[in-house]
Design a protein. Structure first.
Lengths: 318, 494
């Protein structure tokens, strides 16, 4: 397929996944704030910090209250990671590959964007649960349409690749928030009902609470980290995401898994092997946050390698 | 909602032959509309608009900031063309595309028509779209224009006239196909009962035409649509056609010339392209031959084309036939190459470069329509009857300064067709753009075309950039055709 088209569908997927994640973070934080003691309410800044857009935020708003953070993360056109910006970019990407994606996909992404663009903003502020749940569901609808109306061809594999990498990145970031959240529990810090609320919120923010309970039962920080990094069955666990991304890379190149023909496959295989044999105790003992930082660096390298291998090839003789 | 208050105001009407009396082919539609309540009709209208919006059938408005998209306004009352009218139009268009192709092949080669004095040499020499680098080119099978769009109008007496030719990159066919999709949802039963000829195999015909241009040794040619990109006002159509044909949609930056062939950049390396359906103006196709500042084209493309290693539709250079001064010579072009009289007439046209005709134009500006030779989209045009004194003086000045660049035509009382306006119907002026495909052997005329309608009351300008909209166009089958599937009228629930 055309390199430009492959790049567009890859980014279309990443942007949609990003929009969905932002919506989920906001939704969960709204809930969390309701459950926290009055003295520690108002923890909205960490949401801005997770995307690294704090400078931009304070250029546009004075305080980090709920209304401002929701506005910034949802509607702000200058924020490249706001839901609206992500949807706009996803739609522009989709528009440039109209002939590759199915009409149903195009109509859904188009409807999705127009709905958020034409929202009465007070809805997001006054009824955040309903509002952000709708956004998450619209994204689910899109992925379902994509799975069922488009051939699982090369283009589809690039879409899956983009989504998987974005999702792995977001899960690693939500685990990484301890750096920012004053109130976020330490891994060793467990047992008080208050802390349990927070660990539950963390799981909810990646829609993992119920599946976690089935797997491990009671909330335990080691197990939560284990579940979100190493689980092979939960679709937002990092290990699961990378497994899918790796599969797509090999389907695209036609190389059997376990071997490699290009740099993205090589880097991905190495990272995946590391996760395959990792133990959660070692990860925590060696420092969770250093581990996550390192992981994100690896992901960025893979992204760059994908760009160089598939999207930016040069004609013979150049 | 009924048509009891619908007035024809002395214009030819596409649905009514006299007040209250529909044309035979429109009878079922008018009955159906009469049986629907206002709210029901409005509901169907809104459903149609929403469908278009959700399909993303929008065009970009130039010069109004990034991301400004509008849907092409759509009126749900179709325009209906009888079998007899269509047979006449079809013949006229086939004649015209054949003659214009012979003309293009001639003026980029021996220029016999100029040597024989049928067209003055200076008319061609000064034509903006006469592209000198195209002299001596020999397109596959000698065909220059494969995809032809023609603007037709109808006057007070119901006579059809050709208003303009579009041999460069005629656009709008995607609206024909999408309008039809929407109308089938809006009026399914009337549609079935009215015996409407279908339009949805246009893309199959287009693909066949394009594939037939590939070099003969290529068994399974790679065909691609070349678009300027997502910010082009017709991008929706480029993507739509590529999707319908199942071929690649490429931009100039996706292509490169290497080893004498054109290739596209894919995830598995470079892949050869055999046929390009270009929706980029010829001027921008190859910066080494045409405009050097073009970033939309492919450096070296023309050399590959000259060597017959890639086919381009339409051939670069066809734009010379869109020149409105050249248009005025089409009756003579048909006579010269085919030895026939023109079947579907031109609108009488005054050439401002000729002294006597210019004098007549300048004296009668308040009655004429003046057009610049190479503009389209309703730009560069004066409608004398509607213009102010200052506008007329301004145009008079322009004509005197550059007479070669202007033509004038009598104001035609364009035919009208009813549109839905709030709680009633009103007549609005319409034109018609049919589409013709030519592969050197067969000519295919899409039964239908884009009916553009001036939504503003009294306006004669139907272009989308000037407040125009569109309608579905129903060309009817010949009911006397014994092969036509007979439907029992009484069984059809309207």
């Amino acid at each position: 397929m055309l390199s430009r088209a492959a790049e567009s569908i890859y980014w279309m997927s990443r942007y949609l996944e990003r929009a969905e994640n932002v919506a989920r973070f906001i939704e969960v934080n709204c809930h969390l704030m309701l459950d926290l003691p009055i003295a520690v309410k108002g923890q909205w800044e960490p949401l801005v910090l997770t995307t690294g857009d704090q400078d931009l935020f304070y250029e546009n708003y004075e305080t980090d209250n709920q209304a401002n953070v929701i506005d910034f993360l949802t509607f702000n056109a200058e924020n490249p990671n706001s839901i609206l910006s992500c949807l706009r970019n996803a739609r522009e990407s989709a528009r440039s590959i109209r002939e590759i994606i199915s009409t149903e996909m195009w109509e859904q992404i188009n409807k999705f964007y127009r709905t958020v663009q034409n929202t009465d903003k007070s809805q997001a502020q006054n009824a955040p649960h309903a509002y952000f749940t709708d956004i998450i569901m619209a994204s689910h609808l899109f992925t379902g349409i994509q799975r069922n109306t488009m051939s699982h061809n090369e283009a589809w594999q690039f879409a899956r690749l983009g989504r998987a990498l974005e999702r792995a990145d977001k899960t690693s970031r939500i685990l990484d928030v301890n750096d920012y959240y004053v109130l976020w529990p330490e891994v060793e810090d467990v047992g008080t009902p208050f802390k349990n609320v927070q660990w539950s919120a963390l799981l909810k923010s990646v829609s993992a609470l119920e599946m976690y309970r089935k797997h491990f039962g009671p909330i335990d920080p080691h197990n939560v980290v284990n579940f979100l990094i190493l689980n092979r069955e939960f679709p937002r666990a990092i290990r699961y995401c990378l497994f899918g991304a790796n599969q797509s890379l090999h389907i695209i190149s036609g190389t059997p898994e376990g071997s490699f023909k290009n740099t993205p496959e090589q880097l991905m295989g190495r990272l995946l092997a590391e996760l395959d044999y990792a133990s959660i105790d070692d990860i925590i003992a060696s420092g969770l946050y250093a581990y996550l930082d390192d992981f994100q660096t690896h992901l960025n390298k893979i992204d760059t390698a994908i760009f160089e291998t598939f999207f930016q090839i040069c004609p013979p003789g150049e | 909602m009924d048509f009891s208050s619908y007035a024809l105001d002395g214009f030819y009407d596409e649905l009514f032959e006299a007040p209250g009396i529909p044309h035979p082919g429109a009878r079922l539609l008018i009955e159906k509309l009469g049986s629907l309540s206002e709210s029901e009709l409005q509901k169907r209208h809104q459903a149609a608009e929403l469908a278009l919006l959700n399909m993303g059938i929008t065009f970009n408005v130039y010069g109004s900031g990034a991301g400004v998209e509008k849907i092409f306004p759509f009126d749900i009352i179709p325009r209906i063309i009888s079998h007899a009218d269509w047979t006449y139009i079809e013949k006229g268009l086939k004649q015209r595309i054949q003659a214009l192709n012979l003309f293009l092949a001639d003026i980029y080669a021996d220029q016999k028509i100029l040597k024989d004095g049928v067209i003055p040499r200076h008319v061609i020499d000064t034509a903006k779209e006469f592209l000198r680098p195209c002299i001596g080119l020999s397109p596959p099978k000698g065909v220059w224009c494969h995809i032809f769009g023609i603007d037709l109008v109808r006057d007070q007496d119901g006579q059809f006239y050709i208003l303009e030719d579009n041999l460069r990159c005629p656009s709008g066919v995607s609206y024909v196909l999408e309008n039809r999709e929407v109308l089938k949802r809006v009026f399914p039963q009337v549609f079935a009962a009215s015996h409407v000829r279908h339009v949805d195999d246009y893309s199959a015909h287009l693909l066949n035409t394009l594939r037939s241009l590939a070099p003969s040794h290529v068994a399974s040619p790679t065909v691609a649509v070349l678009t300027p990109g997502i910010y082009n006002s017709a991008y929706f159509e480029h993507a739509f056609l590529a999707q319908q044909m199942g071929i690649e949609l490429v931009e100039g930056r996706d292509l490169a010339v290497a080893d004498g062939f054109v290739s596209m950049r894919t995830t598995r390396g470079f892949q050869r392209v055999d046929v390009l359906y270009r929706r980029v103006d010829a001027d921008f196709l190859d910066p080494t031959v045409f405009r050097a500042d073009s970033t939309l084209g492919v450096p070296g493309l023309m050399e590959v084309y000259q060597n017959g290693h890639v086919a381009i539709a339409n051939a670069p250079g066809t734009g010379v036939a869109d020149d409105k001064v050249v248009y005025a010579y089409v009756p003579r072009i048909i006579k010269y190459y085919l030895g026939e009289d023109i079947l579907l007439p031109n609108v009488p046209t005054y050439l401002c470069w000729e002294d006597t005709q210019r004098r007549h134009v300048l004296e009668n500006l308040d009655a004429l329509v003046v057009k610049a030779a190479n503009e389209s989209g309703g730009y560069g045009m004066l409608i004398g009857t509607h213009a102010t004194q200052t506008e007329r003086e301004d145009f008079a000045k322009r004509i005197v300064q550059n007479p070669r660049n202007y033509i004038a035509q009598p104001t035609i009382a364009l035919s009208r067709s009813p549109i839905l306006v709030d709680d009633h119907f009103e007549g609005r002026h319409v034109d018609l753009r049919p589409y013709v495909l030519y592969n050197g052997e067969d000519i295919y005329v899409l039964p239908g075309g884009l009916t553009r309608v001036a939504l503003k009351k009294g306006s004669l300008v139907v272009n989308s950039s000037q407040g125009g909209g569109s309608k579905d166009t129903w060309v009817l089958y010949d009911d006397s055709d014994p092969f036509f599937p007979v439907l029992n009228q009484s069984q059809i629930q309207l």
